[in-house]
Every structure is written in structure tokens, then in C-alpha cells.
Unconditional design. Structure first.
Ligand code: FES
Ligand code: FES
Length: 872
């Protein structure tokens, strides 16, 4: 039991059955039970603008005003608010709601939206006492609010604008938008999110709903000897207690490889600390813990394999029946040995990168309910069709008997691609024939969902006397943890992109993904490239040093141009603009005393011959066009992008289109939100559908098309790895980027200049937001974020992950390069992942320019930023 639990326990004991009186949003309240304030507001009063991001006082999503002061509701009990006046976002005046709504949407402050209500509460606390806050005041005021999406830049702008409007008392006139490509159209869902009305899964309440949870293993690696649920079954609130044998279909599920048991069976070994052993459905949340305490599981504890190095030993026990290697990968062109021998300069280094926690603000939640002879699921994940497929396999049901509907998603970044709660909620609902909600606590979330892979990387880079790259060799060992998840494709992308956006005729990149008893490695913004590019970009700087040229110059000399071959042999298309991104940062890089630079490319779409299809349907209902696609908006703003592509093509305006939520019954399968693919794939599908609608609109009014549907599809055709074509097409599009990080003489971040070739910015404000958010994530990766493990058990909490706060973020200057003339999705390329990739090597380079220490491990050591200066 931690310190906070002790305090709360004491207060509960004292506040027991006493009557509590306070004012809530202007209403006198009397309540006769002690409760945690956050639970009370959400569960009793259904004030769901107050979000639960961590329950441990670390995220700020639960911010409320108590007597005008912004405080975290999760740290309060009702006895603590006795006689006080409470205000939640719902209680703001209509004028204030309009102001925040206007200001935050105009500046693009909203992405996934989960942190926003808490931010506004902190903003109000500030503006109520300071009508003209300076930027530093704002940063300080939201220091207790974590935003994982925006990098805080536009939130700060939104608060500044809100203060200006509030102090002058007049709301600016609403702007008129056409919805064209290139327009700074505010997010279509912005107001809902800003005012806390957007419903995330955990905000849903269904009458008669049960609460579900999984009892996790006690040890990362242990044999389950026996499970006794007999005592637990007698608990008055226990409705169902399920073990492995209760699973009607395939117990093993998995996004690509079916190696992940939904529940560990007696006689089986656990593989990591997040493994589930027993599932419980209870009448109340509080009963779950009591029921768990009545379950007896006997384990035979075994020594975990805590690293790939241990797991690769010949005597190592097998984590899976087919051994401890998930995947080997090889990307080879030319003759590296020969090229290295003939090269003027050669640099070799070893680099280490850690696991990283996604830290999306909304912990995983799913609600399943029986419907007819099937199951309906409400979730906030990255692909409703993935859920449908995996759950139908688990339940042994035909796919069409499982309907998955997405609610708003409070951030994902790759961490919501795998099943975490969805399958458990479905299984419990199937058994109980009642609605069941399963929500992970922050502690569980940190422990359970797959992380960014830790990698060990050996890199050799060689060049000739003019600085032209001659050879690149790498060996990448990825710790893929207990289960495959997306470990195979992540490793592949780490390998295919390691050599960077450069002309390099000889490459030999090997990768190996190794099972261990650590939490699984999976998809995370950057998808393996974040790791391998850190290594290769840092190495390049040493080569430049040997040559006596600048890091900028060696990149410019080698940067690929249209018509030239990328390291994988693909011909760079006409829209390739890596050189333009380099030129855009040149002056600031060269004029800064201590600066580092990083370049990268990142694919849009799955590529490498994997079937990849975007689908979209436009349906005319009540004179409006409903855009229907399963493509998930996980905060990146996909709905707005698709709406703009539809408006651009058809000539309709934003008020005439509506984006429906992903729903396997209504929206066509447009694949997972992954690989920066949705803008291109679903965007192109929407454009194709829009062309059809446009043709009809040429001779008919919208009202005459009532009920008609227009379907669009786009299939990306690519060549597999190892294709014998001279110039295989690995991906349909690549984005390119150069980032520069400037620090001062103390090593403090001063500025990040981020130039991104996005093809065509469908919505520039959205692109800027992606860049700013990605850069801050990259800064955290470089300097502060870690996911420490002791004997394969994660030891971090939300407050100790090292996430950047508003006070630590430097100036960020996004530069958008638009050169693409391709018709595909009006020329847009993916921007989601690439933004977080070049930042870490640029930070490393900046420190190298400051103190000459060549750091090879993330997070970087011996910098201005270490844990002791953060998260205080
Ligand atoms: S939920 Fe209260 S601070 Fe995170
Ligand atoms: S918008 Fe702030 S956490 Fe997503």
C-alpha cells in the first residue's frame, strides 16, 4: 500500500458514514458516505469531464477547482471538501465555455482531447486571478497537467488567447471555412472534447453493468500449479470467475502471431508480469479487489529471462515452444565488406535504447454487452476490425456476431493495437450475458500493454574522401518481450530504415527479435526506426568529423534526390524533399553555437508486399454526407483530414459532412491506424468516393441523393522484402524530415527546428500539432524517459516515467515542406510517426557539440535533464 492509499484509508475511516456538505457547480450537495472525490464526481454525479488518467496525482486529467484553486480530484476525499465550493468544467459559465471552445479550437490545441478539460480547469484558475498571463505564467499553471499529444505549444497559445478574450469580454466572430485542402480548419470534434462532452469508453455507463478485471500473475515467469476459486465464488458480489478452461474458442490470440493466451492455464508457464490468470466480473468496482484476495493460485516460481542476451544462450529455457527467436530480418544490397575495405573513413559504434511507455492519457477501457446471439463492444483502440477478428476467435463465434464500435480514443501512439481489455470484457459479457466494463488502472496499463522495444544496435558507416557514403552495416537485437505483438514488423522497419534517407549502394542490416520475460515490445510511434535511426544518425556525425565537414554537410552530400535509389533500392519519387528540409534548417543550425541535427524518412503504409487497403463510404442522410470508415482517429485528427479531402473533391462545405465513428457494422474495413497510413490510404479511398459523389452532384442536388452510397477503395501495391526486382517499391510513399536541436551552454534546450516534407499539408494546423507533439515525445526519449525493469518487473509509475511537462518544453519551430504533386490523397504523406524520430539523435549531437562526449545510450546521461530535475 502506498502513501496515498494510507492517507485515503485514514480519511475513509474518519469520514465513514458522516454527512458531507459542499457546493458542486453551484448546487448544495449532501452525501452520506465517504468517497474518493474523483470516483464520486464520475460515478455518482456523472461529471465525466473530470477524467481519470492515473488515480495517483500525476497526470492532472482530474483537475477541478476547489474554492478557486486547481487541485487533483483523485487525491481528495469528500471529507476534505467539507464546506467548500467545487467547480468542474460542466459548471463554467456559458461565456467561458464559448471562449475556451473558440480559443482552443482556433489554435489547434486539441488532439486526443483527454487532457483538455483538466487543462482548462488549470487555465481558469490562472485567468481568474491574472487576466494577462505571460507565457511563463501559463506554463507554470499547467505544470501539473500532462499532455502526451500536443507538446503543449498550442495549449499554451489557446490559454493565452482565452485570457485575451476573457479580459476584453467580447467573443470574436466565428470564421467561415470551406474545408479545402490547405485550410487551417479547426478540428471537427474540437468543441466536444474541449467541453468534456466527448464520450470516451470509461465515460459510458450502462444500467446493470458489471465491472471486470483480471488477476495477474505474481511472477514474470512461473508455472501455474493450481487455481482455487471456490472461496471467491462465495463473495456476494462475484458474478463470474473464469479461468482458461472457460474460454470457448482459441485461447491464444495475437495481432499477427497467435502466441498470447487470454488466460494462463494450470500447468502452463507465465511469460511476463502482465499475464492474466483469472477473470472476475463483479457487481461493483470495489468488490473486485476483495474477490481477488479470495482466489488461491499456487505458482512454482522460475527465474525470468531478463534480456535477449540471456534468452539467446543455448541453455536458456524456451519461452515459447518454437524457441526464443521471434524473427530474423536481413536487408542486403551490394557488397559491404568490399566497400568498407575500399573506404577512406569508417566509424563503428554500439548503441543502446530503452523500452518506452506510450503514456497515452486515457488508460485502456472496453465495455462489452450481449446483443442477440453475439457481442457488441465499445472501445477506444486503433482498429475495430482487429478487435472483431481476435474476439470472434477467442469466443469461437463467426466474425459477424462480434460488433466493435469505437468511442473517442484518448491517445494510442501504437500502444492500443493489441488486445488489452477488449477480449476480457467480451469473454465476461459472453458468460454473464450482462454488460461488463473492464478498465485498466494506470499501474496495470504501464505493466501490460506492449512498449517501444529496447534495442542493442551495432553500426558501421563508411564513406569516401568526399564524404559520399559507401557502406552501411548494422546488427540490431530487439527485446520483443513475452509476446510477438508487432515485434516482427517493428524489427523489419528498424532494419529497412536504418541506413536513412541517403544514397548508399552497399548495405547489410541484420536484425533479430528475441523473446524474453519482459513486457512485450510492440508498435510505438516510429515503429523501430526511432531506435535504429538514433544509432545511424549519431554515427554519421563522427564520419563528418573525420572528414572535417559539418554534420549538416555530410547529410546534404548524401541526401537522396528524386530519381535516385534509396538504400533499399526503391527509386525516390518526384515528391522527395529531404534536401529541402535540410536547406530549411541550415541557417539556424549553422548559426547556433551548440546544436545537433537529425534526418530520417518514414514510410506511409504497411508496404513490403503486405496487403494494405483503405476503404471509405459516403452516405447521404438528411442532406448531409456521412463519412464512414473504420479508420481510427487516435488523436491525430483523421476525421478532419478526411472531411477536408471530401470537401476539396466535392465542393461541399464542412457543415455538410459528418464523420461517423468506426463501427464494424456500418463502416468499411480500412485497416489499423498504424504505419502513418491513414491519411494516405483512407484519405485516397475518401477521395475516390468523393469523385463519384462529385459526378452526381454535377447534375443533382444533395437532397436528391438521399440514401445513396458512394464507395472508394485504395490498395497500395508494393514489393516484398527480398524481391528480385532491381528497384522494388517497398512503400507507396515516404515522408522526410530534418530536425535541429539547439541547447545553451548549460545544456538546456533552447529551440527545436523541425522541417518536415509532408507532401501536401491537408490541414497545416494539424501538421504543426503533430510535429510539436512528436518533437516533445522525441525530447523525452532522448533525455528523460525510461521504463526501468527489475527482474522483468516494471518499477515506474506515471509520475516517474520522465514525461516532459509544459515548463520544460523549449521553443519549437515547425517548418512544413510541400512539394508532392502526386494525386494520391491530394499529395499528402503520413506525418504521425516521423515527427518523433530525428529528435533523439539531434539532441545527442547538440550535447556532443557542447561537451565532446559521444553518448551512445538513451536516455542520454550526464545532461541538464535527468530524473532529479524532472517530475518534481
Ligand atoms: S487522475 Fe488525478 S492526477 Fe491523474
Ligand atoms: S490532447 Fe493532450 S493528451 Fe491528448
Amino acid at each position: 500500500m502506498d502513501h496515498r492509499e494510507n492517507i485515503l484509508k485514514e480519511e475513509f475511516a474518519q469520514g465513514g458514514s458522516k454527512m458531507h456538505n459542499f457546493i458542486l457547480n453551484g448546487e448544495n450537495i449532501e452525501f452520506n458516505r465517504e468517497r474518493n472525490l474523483l470516483d464520486y464526481l464520475r460515478d455518482e454525479k456523472k461529471l465525466t469531464s473530470v477524467k481519470n488518467g492515473c488515480s495517483e496525482g500525476a497526470c492532472g486529467a482530474c483537475m477541478v477547482l476547489i474554492d478557486g484553486k486547481a487541485v487533483r480530484a483523485c487525491l481528495y476525499t469528500l471529507s476534505k471538501v467539507e464546506g467548500k465550493s467545487l467547480l468542474t468544467l460542466e459548471g463554467l459559465s456559458e461565456f467561458e465555455k464559448k471562449v475556451y471552445s473558440y480559443a482552443f479550437s482556433m489554435v489547434g490545441a486539441v488532439q486526443c482531447g483527454f487532457c483538455i478539460p483538466g487543462m482548462i480547469i488549470s487555465a481558469k484558475a490562472l485567468i481568474d486571478v491574472n487576466k494577462t498571463p505571460k507565457e511563463q505564467d501559463i506554463r507554470k499553471a499547467i505544470k501539473g497537467n500532462i499532455c502526451r499529444c500536443t507538446g503543449y505549444v498550442k495549449i499554451i497559445e489557446g490559454i493565452k488567447l482565452s485570457a485575451q478574450i476573457i479580459s476584453c469580454g467580447i467573443l470574436p466572430k466565428a470564421k467561415v471555412y470551406h474545408g479545402n485542402v490547405g485550410e487551417r480548419l479547426p478540428r471537427i470534434e474540437a468543441e466536444e472534447k474541449i467541453l468534456g462532452r466527448a464520450e470516451y469508453t470509461d465515460d459510458m455507463y450502462i444500467e446493470g453493468m458489471l465491472y471486470g478485471s483480471a488477476l495477474r500473475t505474481k511472477y514474470p515467469r512461473a508455472k501455474v500449479i493450481s487455481i482455487d476459486i471456490s472461496k471467491a465464488l462465495k463473495h456476494s458480489e462475484a458474478v463470474a470467475i473464469l479461468t482458461a478452461e472457460d474460454i470457448p474458442g482459441n485461447r491464444y490470440i495475437g495481432h499477427l502471431v497467435k502466441d498470447w493466451p487470454a488466460l494462463i492455464a494450470v500447468g502452463e508457464e507465465t511469460r511476463y508480469i502482465g499475464d492474466s490468470v483469472v477473470l472476475v466480473a463483479a457487481k461493483s468496482k470495489t468488490a473486485l479487489k476483495e474477490i481477488f484476495e479470495l482466489i488461491d493460485v499456487v505458482y512454482e516460481e522460475l527465474k525470468p529471462l531478463t534480456s535477449p542476451e540471456q534468452a539467446l544462450r543455448t541453455e536458456a529455457p524456451k519461452i515459447h515452444s518454437n524457441g526464443n527467436i521471434l524473427k530474423n530480418e536481413r536487408v542486403k544490397r551490394g557488397d559491404v565488406d568490399k566497400a568498407i575495405k575500399g573506404s577512406k573513413y569508417v566509424v563503428h559504434n554500439h548503441f543502446s535504447t530503452p523500452f518506452t511507455e506510450h503514456a497515452f492519457l486515457e488508460p485502456e477501457c472496453a465495455i462489452a454487452l450481449p446483443e442477440g446471439d453475439g457481442i457488441t463492444l465499445y472501445t477506444g483502440a486503433q482498429g475495430v476490425y482487429d478487435e472483431q477478428r481476435e474476439i470472434s476467435e477467442l469466443l469461437g463465434l463467426p466474425k459477424e456476431k462480434v460488433r466493435s464500435i469505437s468511442k473517442y480514443v484518448g491517445g494510442g501512439f501504437g500502444g492500443k493495437e493489441d488486445m488489452s481489455v477488449q477480449h476480457h470484457a467480451a469473454l465476461l459479457a459472453w458468460y454473464t450475458q450482462k454488460p461488463v466494463k473492464v478498465t485498466l488502472s494506470r499501474k496495470e496499463s504501464i505493466m501490460i500493454h506492449p512498449k517501444r522495444h529496447a534495442m542493442e544496435i551495432d553500426v558501421t558507416t563508411a564513406c569516401d574522401e568526399k564524404g559520399r557514403l559507401t557502406a552501411f552495416r548494422a546488427m540490431i537485437i530487439a527485446d520483443t518481450g513475452a509476446y510477438a505483438s508487432l515485434g516482427g514488423p517493428v524489427l523489419q522497419r528498424a532494419c529497412t530504415h536504418a541506413a536513412g534517407p541517403y544514397r548508399c549502394p552497399n548495405v547489410d542490416i541484420e536484425g533479430i527479435a528475441v523473446y524474453t520475460n519482459n513486457p512485450p515490445g510492440g508498435a510505438f510511434r516510429g515503429f523501430g526506426v526511432t531506435q535504429s535511426v538514433f544509432a545511424s544518425e549519431c554515427n554519421l556525425n563522427l564520419l563528418a568529423q573525420k572528414l572535417g565537414i559539418s554534420p549538416w554537410e555530410i547529410r546534404y552530400i548524401n541526401a537522396v534526390e528524386p530519381g535516385q535509389e534509396l538504400p533499399n533500392g526503391q527509386i525516390a519519387d518526384e515528391g522527395t524533399a529531404i534536401k529541402e528540409t535540410l536547406l530549411a534548417v541550415k541557417e539556424e543550425y549553422e548559426n547556433s553555437k551548440y546544436a545537433g541535427i537529425g534526418c530520417t524518412m518514414k514510410n506511409s503504409g504497411l508496404g513490403v508486399g503486405v496487403p494494405d487497403v483503405g476503404r471509405c463510404k459516403l452516405v447521404v442522410i438528411d442532406e448531409r454526407v456521412h463519412i464512414r470508415t473504420s479508420a481510427a482517429c487516435i488523436g491525430q485528427g483523421l476525421g478532419t483530414i478526411i472531411a477536408q479531402l471530401v470537401c476539396q473533391t466535392t465542393g461541399l462545405v464542412p457543415s455538410q459532412v459528418l464523420v461517423d465513428f468506426p463501427d464494424t457494422q456500418l463502416t468499411p474495413d480500412s485497416g489499423t491506424t498504424t504505419a502513418s497510413r491513414q491519411t494516405v490510404f483512407t484519405g485516397e479511398a475518401a477521395r475516390v468516393a468523393s469523385e463519384k459523389l462529385k459526378n452526381e452532384l454535377m447534375h443533382k442536388a444533395l437532397i436528391e441523393l438521399e440514401g445513396q452510397e458512394f464507395y472508394g477503395e485504395y490498395q497500395g501495391i508494393t514489393d516484398p522484402i527480398g524481391s528480385d526486382k532491381k528497384n522494388p517499391v517497398s512503400h507507396v510513399a515516404y515522408g522526410y524530415a530534418t530536425q535541429v536541436v539547439v541547447i545553451d551552454e548549460n545544456g538546456k534546450l533552447v529551440k527545436v527546428i523541425a522541417a518536415h516534407d509532408v507532401g501536401r499539408a491537408v490541414n497545416p494546423i494539424n501538421v504543426e500539432g503533430q510535429i510539436e507533439g512528436g518533437v516533445v515525445m522525441g525530447l523525452g526519449y532522448a533525455l528523460t524517459e525510461d521504463y526501468p525493469l527489475t527482474n522483468s518487473i516494471p518499477t515506474g509509475k506515471f509520475g516517474t516515467l520522465g514525461l516532459f511537462r509544459a515548463t520544460e518544453v523549449p521553443e519549437i519551430k515547425p517548418i512544413i515542406i510541400e512539394k508532392n504533386i502526386s494525386e494520391l490523397a491530394c499529395g499528402a504523406k503520413g506525418i504521425g510517426e516521423i515527427t518523433a524520430i530525428p529528435t533523439a539523435p539531434a539532441v545527442q549531437g547538440a550535447y556532443y557539440s557542447l561537451d565532446g562526449k559521444f553518448r551512445t545510450k538513451l536516455p542520454l546521461s550526464d545532461t541538464f535533464y535527468n530524473k532529479s530535475t524532472l517530475s518534481k
